[in-house]
Design a protein around this ligand. Structure first.
Ligand code: HEC
Length: 218
């Protein structure tokens, strides 16, 4: 009987020991809970961060696009205003020799608008424009500011010359996305509309083809 009792006791102790051992395991669980807790804490920041990162990118991009569109529209409006001003100045200072619409006047001045105007190479009988090529708006600006009106080069203000230039370019079918200035004139090619392919390259410049009378013969 005593043996049996001892056995029971040992069994009990053993069970207790196992239970004790298993407890540690249970103690390990809490850590898991602790591990689970952080996520929730960590999860909160993400929520706070999402609005900043998630909402802004899309909103920011849209805002940027709208701002860009607004800026482009503003530049275009400024270009249109420059062209209008240039048309007036052209009428007052240049039309007498180059014709009301830039078609030229025999014995007075060559055409500055339309087919054959602002040619790359100077006219054979040119006296002032000898050896001067017109590749970009800047080339024309440099020549005009220095030589036009004849013997009165530089008599107009720089911004007036550029306004007249803007009008002349526009009249020749070169669309302006922004006002012509000393800084960007070199970036405005005169013959982009003539090179057939430019349809794509001219796209940014806009409706150049629409007004361009040049393409007909060439
Ligand atoms: C008194 C007449 C007269 C006036 C005014 C005049 N021009 Fe001229 N323009 C000429 C003559 C003449 C030529 C040809 C010069 C040459 O022999 O190279 C010329 C040439 C030009 C050319 C070069 C044309 C080409 O294809 O070679 C441009 C551009 C031009 N003028 C623009 C203007 C502008 C802009 C104004 C007004 C600010 C103006 N001109 C005022 C007589 C005039």
């Amino acid at each position: 009987m005593q043996r049996a009792h001892l056995f029971v006791t040992l069994s009990f102790l053993l069970a207790a020991a196992i239970g004790a051992c298993s407890k540690p395991a249970g103690d390990t669980t809490p850590p898991d809970d602790t591990t689970t807790a952080p996520p929730s804490d960590g999860g909160t920041p993400p929520e706070g961060g999402e609005p900043a990162e998630g909402t802004d990118p899309a909103a920011e991009q849209k805002a940027a696009e709208e701002a860009a569109a607004a800026a482009a529209a503003e530049k275009k409006a400024a270009a249109d205003a420059q062209i209008a001003k240039g048309q007036e100045l052209y009428g007052a200072n240049c039309a007498g020799c180059h014709g009301p619409s830039g078609e030229g006047k025999k014995g007075k001045g060559p055409k500055v608008v339309g087919e054959g105007a602002l040619t790359l190479d100077p006219p054979k009988k040119a006296k002032l424009r000898k050896g001067v090529q017109f590749n970009t708006a800047k080339d024309v600006a440099d020549f005009v500011v220095a030589n036009m009106p004849p013997k009165k080069g530089g008599s107009l203000k720089p911004e007036e010359y550029f306004a007249i230039l803007a009008f002349d370019l526009s009249a020749n079918g070169i669309a302006l996305a922004e006002p012509v200035t000393a800084d960007n004139a070199a970036n405005i090619p005169l013959r982009s509309a003539e090179a057939a392919p430019p349809a794509e390259g001219a796209a940014p410049a806009g409706g150049a083809p629409a007004t361009a009378p040049a393409p007909e013969k060439k």
